[in-house]
Design a protein around this ligand. Structure first.
Ligand SMILES: NC(=O)c1ccc[n+]([C@@H]2O[C@H](COP(=O)([O-])OP(=O)(O)OC[C@H]3O[C@@H](n4cnc5c(N)ncnc54)[C@H](O)[C@@H]3O)[C@@H](O)[C@H]2O)c1
Length: 415
């Protein structure tokens, strides 16, 4: 098959590679000419796709900025961003732009699949009318379905192939086309009755995580008051072999999904005069977590007789999760910003993030970074870091990820 992938980011590029590895001819399209040029030169901008994975694909994966290059494709999969506006409402501008460009080259018999996360109704109410602006009718002239991406950047135990794929088409024929397409790269394709059910299933997955993370974050704040070790409590509860699922507290939620997607559903619910309490409450608790971490940093410095103002604070890890360089919505950015506002002399070390221009910072070396800092705050735990060594070299450590558990040292405090 000839398959077009629109939007070559964290979702689109791994998908493009999966189809090319399965022997298909893939045309990857992105509006970012620099990404397109780099990919055609064999250079990947996504950590999960090393350059070495691109090389063997040769001509099976070509990148372009021209929508006309998708005209010959049997299927086009849309993986563009779906962020929030400044007023925290769905921003479907990227999606609508991609849909308009696609409508201009849409051909009979093509299959269009939306993978970008959005609220139930997006495929039918927002995407379909734009594509039908081409003069072609859904279900007869072309096919349209929604299939949510479930990728978890940095995860290696589950792959695109081994993660079941949900599909829901506008018509039965649409669903069948989408099922056959994904059967090429996924061991299991789960068919849903409508795109709306598939759209909502994706949101449920993310809201489930958001709510449970909020629950343990709130518990961490309570444990701080109670003087109980939250990690010990969660570890103990997790020994129950049924009816409990382990979630870990931390500095707050980041990335392009958890802090954003639940608000897509809240927006849709409000249109129906329905106010989903869990979503809003979880968002509120998780968004307050960086401020709680700053308070803990203030207290830790205070115990050493130091104010934030003028103290050297080293932040270890600034991406939103370990093993990736993505800083979108990362709680580390809020923590750094607040500490800078308070007059802190903030530095950071992150092997995945070379610089944070918005904060006027570039990653410093761990040594002498650790030795120079009055306090080192572990905000994001990247794999491969030796935390016993960090504790041994640092003057004072505050750990928001629980990675120093088991290390006995007087200079460590934990969330
Ligand atoms: N990152 C994740 O872990 C993840 C997981 C599951 C689902 N999702 C969802 O997938 C979608 C994409 O997320 P992402 O993380 O890959 O985003 P991303 O920002 O990494 O990539 C999106 C790409 O789309 C390109 N783009 C923007 N407008 C375009 C247009 N009109 N035409 C063509 N290309 C365009 C951008 O240049 C960018 O390269 C979002 O809806 C997101 O919620 C993301």
């Amino acid at each position: 098959m000839r398959i077009g992938i629109i939007g070559l980011g964290y979702v689109g590029l791994p998908l493009a590679v999966a189809f090319a590895e399965a022997g298909h001819q893939v045309v990857g399209l992105d509006v970012d000419a620099a990404k397109v040029e780099a990919l055609n030169a064999g250079v990947s901008h996504v950590e999960d796709i090393p350059d070495a994975a691109l090389a063997p694909l040769g001509e099976r994966l070509r990148a372009t900025t021209a929508y006309a290059d998708l005209a010959a494709c049997e299927a086009a999969i849309v993986c563009v961003p779906t962020p929030l506006t400044d007023s925290r409402e769905p921003d479907l501008a990227y999606l609508e732009q991609a849909a308009s460009s696609l409508a201009a080259i849409l051909r009979p018999d093509q299959l269009v699949v939306l993978e970008s996360t959005s609220y139930p109704g997006t495929t039918r109410e927002r995407l379909q009318p734009i594509l039908e602006g081409s003069g072609l009718a859904t279900g007869t002239d072309f096919h349209l379905a929604f299939s949510p991406e479930r990728i978890d950047p940095g995860r290696t135990d589950f792959t695109i192939r081994t993660t079941p794929k949900l599909v829901g088409g506008i018509t039965d024929a649409c669903t069948e086309r989408a099922r056959d397409l994904y059967a090429e790269i996924c061991d299991e394709v789960v068919v849903l009755s409508t795109p709306e059910a598939a759209e909502l299933a994706k949101l449920l997955e993310n809201i489930f995580r958001s709510v449970n993370i909020a629950l343990v974050n709130e518990l961490a704040q309570l444990c701080d008051r109670l003087g109980i070790d939250v990690w010990e409590v969660i570890g103990a509860a997790a020994t129950k072999p049924f009816g409990f699922m382990r979630f870990e507290p931390g500095p707050g939620m980041g990335g392009h999904c958890l802090p954003i997607d639940p608000f897509y559903l809240a927006y849709r619910a409000r249109q129906l005069d329905f106010y989903p309490e869990f979503i809003e409450l979880a968002g509120k608790v998780n968004q307050a977590q960086p401020a709680f971490c700053v308070e803990r940093i203030e207290r830790a410095l205070n115990e050493a007789g130091k104010p934030v103002n003028g103290s050297r604070i080293l932040i270890l890890g600034v991406s939103y999760k370990g093993g990736v360089g993505d800083v979108r919505e990362s709680p580390a950015l809020k923590i750094i910003g607040r500490l800078q506002d308070l007059g802190g002399d903030v530095a950071y070390h992150d092997p995945f993030v070379a610089e944070l221009p918005g904060h006027g910072l570039a990653s410093v070396d761990l040594e002498p970074g650790l030795a120079e800092a009055d306090l080192t705050a572990i905000v994001t735990a990247h794999p491969g870091t030796d935390y016993a060594d960090v504790v041994a070299r640092a003057r004072q450590v505050i750990d928001f990820r629980g990675v120093t558990r088991g290390i006995e040292a007087a200079n460590v405090t934990r969330l």
